[in-house]
Design a protein around this ligand. Structure first.
Ligand code: NAD
Length: 349
């Protein structure tokens, strides 16, 4: 977006610490917020790390976080939170989502240590699932107070999730470029983030232990998360939420497969706004698809277990609540876009 078009920028603040080995600062950050007994959250997979962290800072552990923040899990975590005075979320978007759900219900302060690139940490957005449907809301109480990025904790992120999570972050940056509340500062951050992913991600794919490249990619993830925290979401996020919430598709893979298609669809209406994507990747839809393929990302919704009948139902659900998108669409266009993503077709440039 160009500055001479006029804009509004209402910066949102969170305390951000970025570096190597920064997890050692969690205890001091909890104290800084005036708390003594944090509830350290994680998935079952990251429980050993959560226990080690809790032991080092005098906290307790709830290691039951799962994808898409089901309300039943939040209720269990709320019971564990009773004995604590703040939340420390160690993990990806699933764990951070659980911390946000606790904060929304209790007013708890949150210290968040993201270990994927999904980008929930800088936003006031919470998606929760109840009775098979995912609803998303925004509220200032949801936004974490402190975010600690520790590059070293991302070294163990498996190669597959590394790539899909990075594309998930890129999707936030892309939607930030044409959001109604976009501004040139956020657009600059999105462009810088995409360049960081373009340069850093192939190096991480080749050598997952490359600390410099991991730092570059995590920096891109922070930028994209910040962009997402300031703007409205459009068609891309809507489709990802429909497929995740109603069909239980994995979050990062779904974003990774959809983003070339949704970006190409919108580029036909607002090519100038999406020019930074073309500059970084060579073209918008095709460039993103080529980058995803080169990094080994999944390209077909069919490979995630979706069926053609699901595509019909997903197109219906996607039209239920109206939301801003730079290019108007109807059921037929959405169904067509989903079909291309289902088959893994390379979008036109
Ligand atoms: P995730 O948090 O579900 O993590 C996937 C798996 O990877 C988990 O088992 C986790 O323990 C493991 N893992 C995470 N980091 C690891 C590491 N460094 N090393 C080894 N294993 C690691 O996946 P995700 O893609 O980060 O998050 C998806 C969820 O986040 C979805 O529910 C999505 O809706 C939500 N999300 C929310 C927002 C928001 O702003 N509200 C933004 C992005 C994503």
């Amino acid at each position: 977006m160009r500055w001479d078009e006029g804009f509004v920028f209402a910066p949102i603040t969170a305390r951000v610490i970025f570096g190597h080995g920064t997890v050692a600062q969690v205890g001091a950050e909890v104290e800084r917020l005036g708390h003594r007994v944090p509830l350290v959250l994680s998935t079952p997979h990251q429980e050993p790390q959560a226990r080690a962290l809790a032991d080092s800072i005098g906290g307790r552990v709830f290691a039951g976080a799962v994808m898409h923040t089901p309300v039943e899990v939040t209720q269990q975590a709320m019971a564990a939170y009773d004995a604590c005075d703040c939340v420390v979320a160690l993990g990806g978007g699933s764990t951070i989502g659980l911390g946000k759900a606790i904060a929304l219900r209790s007013g708890a302060d949150q210290v968040v240590i993201p270990t994927t690139y999904a980008g929930s940490e800088m936003t006031d957005i919470l998606g929760e699932t109840a009775a098979g449907a995912k609803t998303t809301r925004r509220d200032p109480a949801i936004r974490p107070e402190t975010v600690i990025y520790d590059v070293d904790l991302t070294l163990s992120l498996p190669p597959g999730l590394t790539v899909t999570s990075a594309l998930n972050a890129i999707a936030h940056g892309v939607e930030g470029l044409y959001a109604p509340d976009a501004n040139p500062i956020l657009s600059g951050m999105a462009a810088q983030a995409m360049a960081a992913f373009r340069d850093g991600l192939p190096q991480v794919v080749a050598d997952p232990g490359n600390r410099d490249a991991r730092a570059q990619v995590l920096f891109g993830a922070w930028l994209c998360s910040t962009v997402l925290g300031h703007v409205s979401m459009a068609l891309h996020h809507k489709l990802a939420h429909v497929l995740g919430g109603s069909f239980n598709l994995p979050h990062a893979e779904t974003h990774a497969i959809l983003i070339p298609h949704t970006a190409a669809f919108n580029a036909a209406a607002v090519p100038a706004l999406l020019a930074p994507v073309a500059q970084v990747f060579g073209s918008v839809g095709g460039g993103l698809w080529d980058f995803a393929q080169r990094c080994g990302a999944p390209l077909r919704l069919a490979d995630l277990g979706l069926t053609k009948a699901d595509l019909d139902r997903a197109a219906d659900i996607a039209l239920l609540n109206p939301y801003a998108n730079p290019r108007p669409f109807d059921r037929a266009t959405i169904r067509h876009l989903l079909q291309d993503a289902f088959e893994g077709k390379r979008p036109q440039d």
